[in-house]
Structure formats: structure tokens, C-alpha cells
Design a protein around this ligand. Sequence first.
Ligand SMILES: [Zn+2]
Ligand SMILES: [Zn+2]
Length: 327
Amino acid sequence: MRVVVLEEPGRFGIVSRDAPIESQVDVLVRVHRVGVCGTDLHAYAGRQPFFDYPRVLGHELAVEVLQASRESGLSPGNMCAVEPYLTCAKCSACLADRNNCCEQMQVLGVHVDGGMAPIMNIPANLLHQSSKLSLDQLALVETLGIGAHAVARADLHGDERVLVVGAGPIGLAVTQFAMLTGTEVHVLEISEARREFVSRFGADARDDIGGSKYDVVFDATGNQNAMQKSFGFLEQGAKLIFAGFIQGEITFDDTEFHRREVTLMSSRNSTNQFPRIIELIESGRVDTSPWITHRMTLAEVAEDFASLPQSAGLIKAMVTVEDSDVY
Ligand SMILES: [Zn+2]
Ligand SMILES: [Zn+2]
């Protein structure tokens, strides 16, 4: 099979490998789609923290079951979204049903090899089947999960004034799930193209919020300056959720933080969201149609990946793994 390996920052290699055989414990799957996300672009650029090369990228996957044990509850031909989080099941986070922040977290395509390989073994509990979703939609579930989890952290009731800062893929996912609660969502975004894009989902996108204050603010920029400015958008008793992250320090004025009795939270990966998201897409309540803005085949990744960060209007690039990649 054709496997695309990120050998080092800025360089992919295409290697031919034998496909793995079914393992005793896992489910053998054929990868059909691989979504490209910021993590992958950072790894390519050499800016992803704690990242080892060489690495097979790919954590936003749509797969088809090839072989599965009876106990897995899956059968050949089942189409699945993949929860790409390998967790220890023993740490305090895992025991508290918060495996999204497992101490030993290993994300497929980040800490261990991922889905830019046509055939792989994946634990059955990480596979979420749907007979209705398209392959593209299955591969979008993980990205949507990041937004769904951030919104779950905020525990919205539908009557809060909500601001999402940044309308990239994370901001878009946060906006979609925040809007499901029935609340009005404002999106602060400097790029006109991204404002126009997020408006298509019914969000109120602005490049300036004046002096407006909000009950819940989500940062989806991963930009230190923007994250620090977010403290200035908070109403009395507000919540601030950092969905994006930086490597470094965030500072804020404790007087204002205390005066408003702010709740500050981070949000990492997602947990227990996959079945719900699949249901929401199946029932048409979450619209995935505008998400995919760029496409390439697995064979084209080595050539085309470099130009992605500069591509106009990039939200999500989707890689198709073809039959010819399987051999
Ligand atoms: Zn991702
Ligand atoms: Zn754990």
C-alpha cells in the first residue's frame, strides 16, 4: 500500500509498505478520507510542540471496516468515524470519564502513526458507525467534536450572549454547536472572507464589537494577543473558554478578573461527543456542506500540501485515499 510519511518539516516521502493484517484486539479498516487540520499544517511547518519525525499524519478519518471480531459489534462494510484518541484508561482523567485529557494521551497521526496509510488497525471502541453519513461527513466528525466539547464545557442554556473570537475551523465548529442551543452568536473575525463564510451558517459576524460585553466568550484563535484581549469582552459573571491554545503564557488583570468573577476554562479534544454529532448530522441539524474547501488525493499530498496554508478561503482540505493506493 502507498503510505505518505512526513519525514521532517517540509518534506513528505511516499513509501510502499505491506498492509497490516487483522490483529487479535483491533479492527482492520480501510481509510477512505483524511481531513487536514491545523495540527497537520503545524507539523509540516515544524511548529507543532512535542512532535516526532518521521510520522504518518491523519487523525480526521472516515474508514470502512474490513475485518472485525464479533465482540466489536462491527461488520465488514460498516462505515465509521474515528475517535483518534488512544488513552490509558487508568489515570484520574480516564477514570473520571474525561479521557479527552488523559495523562498518557496519544493522538493518531500526532503521537503515533495516523491515517495517511490506506489500511490500519484501530481499537473497536474508537469506531463510530453511521450508514447515513457520507465519507466526507464521517471525516468531519472529529473536527466538529472539538467545537462540541468546547460548547459543552460552557454549559449554555440558550439565553446567554455568546461571542466566538476567530472563524477558522475551530471557531466555525464552536459557532455551529453554540447556535444549536438557540442562543444568538456573534463572531469576531478580522478576515472578511471568513466573516462572509461563517455568516452562511446564520452567525452574526463582525470585525469590531465596539464595547459590547458577553456572558460567554470562546477563543478559537490560538493567538496570544487575541486571547489576552478576550478578557476585555466579559460581562459580570462571564465564562471564558480557550478552545485554541498557544505555547507560552497568558496574562490578565486580576482586578478585572475578580471584579467580574470570571470563570476561565480550557478545552482539549473532545469526549463522549461522537454519537451525538453523528446523530445531529444525520438529522440535518448540523450542516456540513460548506466545510470542505480544498481537495487532494493521497498521492498528491507530497506535492500539494505545501501550498495549503496560503490557499485562499481554506477551511478544510480533504484527502481521498483511492483504491489504487491500496494496491
Ligand atoms: Zn484536527
Ligand atoms: Zn488516561
